[in-house]
Write a protein that binds this ligand. Structure first.
Ligand SMILES: [Zn+2]
Ligand SMILES: [Zn+2]
Length: 134
C-alpha cells in the first residue's frame, strides 16, 4: 500500500527540496514542524497550498481524515447511479449494491451462455460438471 499523498509540490529552500505545504506552515508558525505534526490540505487537494487550506494534524487524525475522505464517488456499472464505494473494496467495487453486482453477474453469465450456445453440440450425458468448449 502506498500513500496517496505523493502529489505534493516541492520547492527549493536552502539548497534542498522541501514540501511546500510544510514550509508554508513553518513560516506561519514561526518554528520548525515536528515529525509528528502532519500538514494536511483541508480540501483534499495536495497542490492547494494556500494557508487557509493548510492544517496541522497528528498522524492519527490525519490518517483518519484520509480514510474517511479518500473515497471517490463513481457511477454504478449496472444502474448508473452514483455511489461511494466502501473503504475496504473501493477499488474493486463497481456496483452500488449487492443486487446490482448480482445483476451484473447474471448478465455476464447470460452473455457467456449465448456465445457458447452457437457452438455447443449435444454431448453425451453424464459428465455435466466438466464442461468443455466446442
Ligand atoms: Zn492530508
Ligand atoms: Zn446500481
Amino acid at each position: 500500500m502506498t500513500s496517496p499523498n505523493t502529489r505534493t509540490r516541492l520547492i527549493w529552500r536552502d539548497g534542498k527540496k522541501v514540501r511546500a505545504h510544510r514550509w508554508i506552515m513553518e513560516q506561519y508558525l514561526g518554528r520548525k514542524l515536528l515529525p509528528g505534526e502532519h500538514v494536511h490540505h483541508r480540501n483534499g487537494n495536495p497542490l492547494d497550498n494556500r494557508l487557509e487550506n493548510l492544517q496541522v494534524l497528528s498522524p492519527k487524525e490525519h490518517m483518519q481524515w484520509h480514510k474517511a475522505h479518500d473515497r471517490v464517488p463513481k457511477p454504478c456499472a449496472n444502474c448508473g447511479q452514483v455511489f461511494t464505494p466502501t473503504q475496504r473494496q473501493h477499488k474493486r467495487q463497481k456496483c452500488c449494491s449487492p443486487e446490482c453486482a448480482m445483476a451484473m453477474r447474471v448478465v455476464a453469465r447470460k452473455r457467456q451462455a449465448a456465445s457458447s450456445r452457437k457452438s455447443s453440440r449435444r454431448s453425451a450425458s453424464g459428465s455435466s460438471k466438466q464442461k468443455k468448449r466446442g
